[in-house]
Design a binder for this molecule. Structure first.
Ligand SMILES: *Cc1c(COP(=O)(O)O)cnc(C)c1O
Length: 395
């Protein structure tokens, strides 16, 4: 017996639900890549990305996923033998750092349990101890999609400043761009990395990087540069040089439609929507937690992210069984724990093209699963989510 026929509800932290307008925009014949419409689309996308990153710096679009954008960021500003500080808070900064290590960069991993945000005071102390200025760059993720934490990027910037340190500041916004405030220039971030398939509602396959003046200056002497990722090569006269080859034109059509949706809502509107949907989710999880089995992975409520909530499932109960029930019975796809949390957590994404009925439906389906699987949980979680929204979304 199931109640699953109907629209798919996708609650994983990427790829996220793709709007019909975006799918429709891609359903067209290929066009030529040298002049005309596609060149105009590229120009408009690079400009709109500046607006979304909140920077006057340069933006680059790569036919790649987020890992490609990571490599683009590293190779454009670093050299073999450089030392970097990787600020851990889950899985993603770690993996970005490992990529740097393979490129020949010395990495120092700093801080990080899976249950807390990066501590800016500790970062400040570590940087103050670097009296010779050996650390060339600092890597951090704004929202870590494994732990569900949000790091305080302006506070980390302030820590770097009060240590008087000159390292480049590189931030991964793959799971946070368009989901919460991000101010590249105001926060003096030198390189920002993002990707298409999370808050930006576009199919996977596009990576984005933004660079400020300080990053472009570092680029001049970086020796990890390769032609494919190289910013200078991508500033060439010819349109295809912007992509180091054939532009991924259908993904660009899709991205154009997605950014039109986003800009129509307004960035601030999208940030607010995510904050509300996260609040609804957190209200539900707090109720479930009263049963003593489920709990928030992130202990400090202020460090719980706007786009993804990681819920630990304890007491020997089977977290994947909750996912299976939601998918098989309700057609709701939820994320599971990854890394150290494999088999022990649920990840509920409230990210991208998502609204109250989608999130309330997801939460209600988890409620059903907990009941059907006889996993102890506090009652009234769906109602708590509804109450939160009704209180915060006035008539
Ligand atoms: C999804 C994600 C990535 C990886 O992006 P891919 O497109 O899968 O390569 C990196 N960082 C964060 C924070 C992410 O959420």
């Amino acid at each position: 017996m199931t109640v699953r026929t109907g629209r798919d509800v996708l609650g994983i932290p990427g790829p996220t639900t793709i709007p019909d307008e975006v799918l429709g925009a891609m359903h067209r014949p290929a066009i030529q890549i040298y002049t005309g419409e596609l060149v105009d689309i590229t120009t408009s996308l690079l400009d709109d990305l500046r607006h979304i990153f909140r920077t006057d710096g340069r933006t680059y679009i790569y036919p790649s996923n987020g890992h490609g954008a990571w490599e683009a960021a590293l190779t454009n500003v670093l050299s073999r033998g450089d030392r970097i500080l990787v600020l851990e808070s889950g899985r993603f900064a770690h993996n970005w750092g490992e990529m740097a290590r393979m490129l020949g960069v010395e990495i120092e991993t700093f801080g990080g349990t899976w249950r807390d945000a990066v501590d800016p005071a500790a970062v400040e102390a570590r940087l103050k101890a670097d009296t010779e200025g050996r650390i060339q760059a600092i890597l951090v993720v704004q929202i870590d999609t494994a732990s569900g934490v949000v790091n305080d990027i302006p506070a980390i910037r302030a820590a770097i400043d009060s240590a008087g340190h000159n390292a480049l500041f590189l931030v991964d916004t793959i799971a946070s761009l368009a989901c919460m405030p991000y101010e590249m220039d105001a926060w003096k971030v030198d390189v920002t990395v993002s990707a298409a398939q999370k808050g930006l509602m576009t199919p996977p396959g596009l990576g984005f990087v933004a660079a400020n003046k300080k990053a472009l200056a570092a680029h001049e002497t970086a020796d990890l540069r390769t032609l494919y990722w190289d910013w200078t090569a991508r500033e060439g006269e010819l349109h295809y040089q912007k992509y180091c080859g054939t532009p991924p034109e259908h993904l660009l059509f899709g991205l154009r439609a997605a950014l039109d949706i986003l800009l129509k809502e307004g960035l601030e509107g999208a940030w607010t929507r995510h904050r509300l949907l996260a609040g609804a989710t957190h209200s539900a999880v707090a109720r479930w937690a009263e049963g003593g089995v489920l709990e928030f992975n992130i202990t400090d409520p202020r460090a719980r992210s706007a786009s993804i909530t990681t819920v630990l499932v304890g007491g020997g109960h089977d977290a994947p069984a909750i996912q299976d029930y939601c998918l098989e019975k309700c057609n709701v796809t939820l994320g599971g724990g990854i890394g150290d949390l494999k088999g022990k957590a649920l990840r509920i994404a409230h990210m991208g093209y998502s609204n109250a009925p989608a999130v309330l439906g997801m939460l209600a389906s988890v409620d059903m699963a907990l009941k059907a699987l006889k996993i102890p949980h506090g009652a009234g979680a769906t109602q708590a989510a509804v109450d939160f929204l009704a209180e915060n979304v006035p008539a």
